[in-house]
Write a protein that binds this ligand. Structure first.
Ligand SMILES: Cc1ncc(COP(=O)(O)O)c(C=O)c1O
Length: 383
């Protein structure tokens, strides 16, 4: 990233949209980054739109697909408004984007009011999501891995069911399938053809890239109505001077995350198992959510019956253990996790939940130390 941040490397410091040589050098770096990302996703570079992160990518995809549907509905004089189908375990960025669209007149699929829930292991049944769809459904959205439980969602199965019921791509216009794969990068394969999605969101900081940069894969021919116009950047999908350093950093991080994925997953999953086994031995009634589902290996979401999650997070922080309740971004809101709620977990049990994360730099020693300190703090709080 440094050549594109540091003034001394003036040759690279141009605006990638400028015609002069400095601009074209930056543009070359941007396109290099695009090719690298496209390779990991198994798509062509023109199908990659750089954004400011996962939230923006989700908003862009959902709003742009919904409004593209609306325009075509209008042209065809189709009565009613296009519908949107989603699970209840999606990230707040997806739910908020859908709420905004509802305020603009779009409707939720199914009974018109609610999204589709998950089973006790945190997995959404693709058949249930399909059952919520009808001929008016324009957009279906399902995350690839949940950010709280880590539960892997059956996206490819859902894509196959949609193909079977509504016809296969590329001829099929609706429903479009959006995938929030923000948590999955570096943990699961991300080949968009195998997933069968129309759009897919990533955020660089989830695979140890820079914060504040992400991407949206937009399958060729999807034809979005770009909600954020401007100077025609990013294939017209996203106006704004591109973040060249961010894109370069993200591309390299994604390349490394994919190259090291299999060995990193094995190592981190082993650490997570060690953590959960040792924790159960130390705190007998600790319950790991989604333990029976296929989960990405970096997350452990644990309820400590009778305790208050936020209080436990603060007490553990004082002991040098950094953990979270639910999603880090909704920390401080004080609501029990909507993901646990969607899994049928009681509010009291949900409030007692704390999420631990493991990364490439986590060591076995740290796992033992964390378990020891959690045990100590839980014992003290209960006393
Ligand atoms: C599943 C999921 N989607 C979207 C986001 C939002 O990404 P960003 O923080 O890059 O906007 C997150 C961030 O935690 C996430 O976990």
């Amino acid at each position: 990233m440094r050549p594109f941040l540091e003034g001394e490397a003036a040759a690279n410091f141009g605006n990638a949209a400028s015609l002069h040589r400095q601009g074209q050098a930056a543009k070359a770096a941007l396109e290099r980054a695009r090719r690298t990302c496209a390779e990991v996703l198994g798509c062509s570079p023109e199908e990659i739109v750089f954004t400011s992160g996962g939230t923006e990518s989700n908003y862009l995809a959902l709003r742009a697909m919904a409004w593209a549907a609306r325009r075509r509905w209008d042209e065809a004089k189709t009565p009613g408004m296009p519908r949107l189908a989603a699970s209840r375990i999606e990230h707040a960025a997806v739910h908020e984007a859908l709420r905004g669209l509802q305020r603009e007149g779009f409707e939720l699929a199914g009974d018109g009011h609610s999204n589709v829930g998950a089973n006790a292991n945190g997995q959404v049944d693709p058949a249930e999501l399909l059952a919520a769809c009808d001929e008016r459904t324009a957009v279906v959205t399902l995350m690839l891995a949940n950010n709280e439980t880590g539960a892997v969602q059956l996206v490819a199965d859902l894509a196959r069911l949609l193909d079977k019921r509504f016809g296969t791509r590329p001829g099929r216009w609706w429903p479009r399938l959006h995938v929030d794969a923000v948590q999955a990068a570096g943990k699961l394969a991300l080949k968009v053809e195998a997933l069968g999605c129309d759009t897919l969101a990533l955020s660089a900081h989830k695979f140890e890239g820079p914060k504040g940069v992400g991407l949206l894969y937009v399958r060729r021919g999807v034809g979005l109505d770009a909600p954020m116009g401007g100077g025609g950047h990013e294939g017209g999908y996203r106006g704004g001077t591109p973040n060249v350093a961010g894109a370069a950093g993200m591309a390299e991080a994604l390349r490394l995350a994919e190259a090291e994925r299999v060995s990193a997953v094995a190592r981190v999953t082993k650490l997570r198992s060690l953590f959960e086994d040792s924790l159960r031995a130390r705190v007998g009634d600790a319950v790991v959510h989604g333990a029976k589902a296929e989960r990405i290996g970096n997350t452990s979401f644990v309820s400590f019956p009778g305790l208050d999650g936020p209080a436990l997070v603060l007490a553990l922080d004082a002991e040098g253990v950094s953990c979270s309740t639910g999603a880090a971004c909704s920390e401080g809101i004080g609501r029990p996790s909507h993901v646990l709620e969607a899994m049928g977990v009681s509010a009291e049990f949900g409030r007692a939940a704390v999420r631990f994360s493991f990364g490439r730099l986590t060591t076995e020693y740290e796992v033992y130390a964390a378990v020891e300190r959690v045990g100590k703090v839980v014992g003290r709080m209960r006393a």
